[in-house]
Design a protein around this ligand. Sequence first.
Ligand code: DAT
Ligand code: MG
Length: 151
Amino acid sequence: AEMERTFIAIKPDGVQRGLISEIVNRFERKGYKLVAIKLIVPSKGFAEKHYHDLKERPFFNGLCDFLSSGPVLAMVWEGEGVIKYGRKLIGATDPQKSEPGTIRGDLGVVVGRNIIHGSDGPETAKDEIALWFEPKELVSYTSNAEKWVYG
Ligand code: DAT
Ligand code: MG
């Protein structure tokens, strides 16, 4: 299997609303493998680094205040096509436009509180994993389910 890794984070709203297990469950049952996980409160400066691509946008400051306002569950998930399909599980940026069945479609209402972050491509996945995790925090192991998920 052509394995790749993506960075997924449950934002402060998702953590405070008690949606951690609901969200982790969706990635886990799909067949993806969890390789790193930690709960952290990012500083404002750290949030600005994470969202550096958006620094010219009018909502940038509020977005970074929000991300740094409480605990965030940072994760790395591994699997074939997980970057692109992870975004599919998450749904469109604006929960008003996310399809039912997606995380944002099922669980969110407004764009400023859309519960979850997921890397949008191979380059950002690599950069975001490196920003949020040290290499030694990424756990390499063989999942017992692998041969049943991939054949
Ligand atoms: P995504 O999180 O789907 O990758 P993005 O990278 O374009 O979306 O934006 C990052 C976050 O910024 C997004 O999850 C919520 C917030 N955001 C995006 N567009 C916004 C807008 N028009 N108003 C307020 N917040 C917005
Ligand atoms: Mg994005």
